[in-house]
Design a protein around this ligand. Structure first.
Ligand SMILES: N[C@@H](CCC(=O)N[C@@H](CS)C(=O)NCC(=O)O)C(=O)O
Length: 211
C-alpha cells in the first residue's frame, strides 16, 4: 500500500490532501518534529537522504519533493484528473505554478519565517521580504482575476501546491508562526484560500492530520 510520510505541521499536508482528492488508499506515517529545533526527526532520514517531508513509498519506489510526488501520483493514479492536458492552453500555467509554489513564491515565505524565528531585525531582510511578497502576491492576484484557480477555470493539483505556500505565508498552516504575507490587501486571494479550504478532501485531510 502507498505510504505517505507526514512531518507534523508541514508541506506533506499537500500530499494527504491530494490523496484524498484522488480517493487513494494509503497508509499515513506520522513523524513528530524535534521540539527544540522544529526540524525533522531521525526517522525521516531513514526514508530519504535529506530527511525532509513529504516523502512517499509506493512498493519499491521512494519519491521526495512535493511537486515530484504530486506529478508521480497523477501519473500513476490520476486517471487524467487534476491536471490539464499537455497540449491544452492551461498546461503551461499549471506547470508554472507547480514549480513556483516551491521556488519563487516560497522564497519570501521562507525568509519571513526564518527571519522571525531567528529574531532578526534587518532592513535588508524585511525590504526583500516585503518587496517579494508584493511582487508575488500581485501576480497571484492578477492570475486569479483572469480565472478562478491558478491554472484556469478548474481546480488542479497546482492549487494544492500554491495553496500550501499561501497558507504558510498567511499563518493559516502553522498557527502561531510569525509570518507576514499581507493578505488583507488581497481579498481575492483570501477568497481563493477559503474556497480551497472548503473542499471536502481538504477538510478530510486536515481532520485526519489533526487527529
Ligand atoms: N521543496 C521541498 C521542501 C522539503 C522541506 O523542506 N520540508 C520541510 C517540511 S515543511 C522539512 O522536512 N523540514 C524539516 C527539516 O528540514 O529538518 C518539498 O517541497 O518537498
Amino acid at each position: 500500500v502507498l505510504k505517505i510520510h507526514h512531518l507534523v505541521l508541514s508541506r506533506s499536508e499537500r500530499i494527504v490532501w491530494l490523496a484524498e482528492e484522488l480517493g487513494l488508499k494509503y497508509e499515513l506515517v506520522r513523524h513528530a518534529r524535534v521540539p527544540q529545533s522544529f526540524r525533522s526527526p531521525e526517522s525521516l532520514r531513514q526514508i530519504s537522504p535529506l530527511g525532509k517531508a513529504p516523502v512517499i513509498q509506493d512498493g519499491s519506489v521512494t519519491v521526495c519533493e512535493s511537486a515530484a510526488i504530486v506529478e508521480y501520483l497523477l501519473d500513476h493514479y490520476g486517471n487524467g484528473t487534476l491536471r490539464p492536458g499537455v497540449s491544452s492552453a492551461e498546461f503551461l500555467e499549471y506547470r508554472y505554478w507547480i514549480h513556483s509554489a516551491e521556488s519563487t513564491l516560497m522564497v519570501p515565505v521562507l525568509f519571513d519565517m526564518l527571519g522571525g524565528m531567528a529574531g532578526l531585525d534587518s532592513p535588508i531582510l524585511s525590504g526583500f521580504v516585503s518587496g517579494e511578497y508584493k511582487t508575488m502576491l500581485d501576480f497571484v492576484d492578477q492570475t486569479l482575476e483572469r480565472h478562478e484557480f491558478v491554472a484556469g477555470a478548474s481546480f488542479t493539483a497546482a492549487d494544492i501546491m500554491v495553496g500550501y505556500t499561501l497558507r504558510l505565508g498567511s499563518g493559516r498552516a502553522v498557527p502561531g508562526m510569525a509570518v507576514h504575507a499581507p493578505l488583507d490587501a488581497y481579498p481575492r486571494i483570501v477568497g481563493y484560500l477559503d474556497t480551497l479550504e472548503a473542499r471536502p478532501a481538504f477538510e478530510k485531510a486536515m481532520a485526519l492530520l489533526a487527529g
